[in-house]
Design a protein. Structure first.
Length: 317
């Protein structure tokens, strides 16, 4: 439990809620129900073992915060997540009712275990430990089979390691959904390209042979598409997209729009993860005037994706 004031509100509530939900308890010394609710909340913070963070705000001393949250009576509790208010309750509720409230919004223990395993996997990857990363991601998926982030990262690891059968098995459940999540459709296109270079004789052609045939017939879309798959398998994503664009410009509907679908898949694979939101100058989620600046620099990878999105849009119009 942490006592929060206007000075540390941004750090202890807004910023902290980006990582872990924060339960804000507005109370006062003269408030009898507040004194009975406080120990219950502190007990639950311990019982939930890090699934949420409890902070207390003295409503009399911090009237600017109290007014910003529109607190009309005490005690009032507001749950913050992702820098924003999610829900709340008023009055000294019984422990069972508060548990129901928390369970509605807090991540499950299985999810947290899977999240910790995924973080461990990323640490292994940064250290170049492929086997350790794979084991951690497999543990994450075992803890929470619905964890699409862990599934996606594990499939990516397997594809990079040319473990195609294992990747295909992990993709199968995701590809059976309606609709199919775009990122798993993208990984399926990547898998198709990797399988192409191992099963189709053209997968072993030098690029010069593709270029020779294309030079003889600019509308040899079969050869162009095969070349794009070889480039994808080699990780030359921009060259693959350029080849796909040549087909799309000439015939948007060729092969049931396979070039467009493959192009979109590459964009999805190249799109960097969205950065976590950070508090900026102006008003916080609670409407409090805050100071500070956030210097945002354009991600070169995001800029590349944006450029090729525009190229695709122009080719389709």
């Amino acid at each position: 439990m942490i006592d929060v004031t206007l000075e540390n509100f941004e750090t202890e509530v807004i910023a902290a809620s980006l990582a872990t939900p924060v339960l804000v308890d507005f109370w006062a010394d003269w408030c009898g129900p507040c004194k009975s609710l406080g120990p219950v909340l502190e007990k639950l913070e311990i019982a939930y073992d890090g699934r949420f963070k409890l902070v207390k705000i003295n409503a009399d001393n911090e009237q600017q915060l109290t007014q910003a949250f529109g607190v009309k009576s005490l005690p009032t509790c507001i749950l913050m997540a992702g820098g924003k208010p999610v829900d709340g309750f008023m009055g000294a509720q019984p422990e069972g009712q508060i548990r129901q409230f928390l369970d509605k919004y807090l991540p499950s223990e299985d999810f947290l275990q899977a999240q910790a395993a995924a973080q461990e996997a990323h640490q292994h990857l940064q250290a170049g430990d492929h086997d350790g990363a794979r084991a951690a991601l497999e543990n994450a998926l075992a803890s929470d089979p619905g964890n699409d982030d862990a599934r996606f990262d594990l499939i990516k690891l397997l594809l990079n390691g040319a473990e195609l059968n294992e990747a295909a098995a992990l993709l199968a459940p995701a590809m059976s959904r309606i609709p199919v999540p775009l990122r798993f459709e993208a990984q399926t296109q990547w898998l198709n390209a990797l399988e192409f270079v191992t099963t189709d004789p053209r997968g072993q052609w030098p690029l010069a042979k593709f270029d020779e045939l294309i030079g003889q017939n600019k509308r040899d879309f079969e050869t162009r598409f095969a070349k794009s798959r070889v480039l994808m398998a080699a990780g030359d994503w921009t060259a693959a997209m350029e080849e796909l664009l040549e087909i799309i410009i000439r015939d948007k509907k060729w092969d049931e729009e396979a070039p467009r679908k493959t192009f979109v898949a590459i964009l999805e694979l190249l799109t960097p993860p969205a950065p976590k939101a950070t508090p900026d100058a102006g008003k916080s989620a609670g409407g409090i005037e805050l100071t500070g600046k956030s210097a945002l620099q354009e991600d070169p990878q995001a800029a590349l994706v944006a450029t090729y999105r525009r190229k695709l849009s122009m080719a389709l119009n």
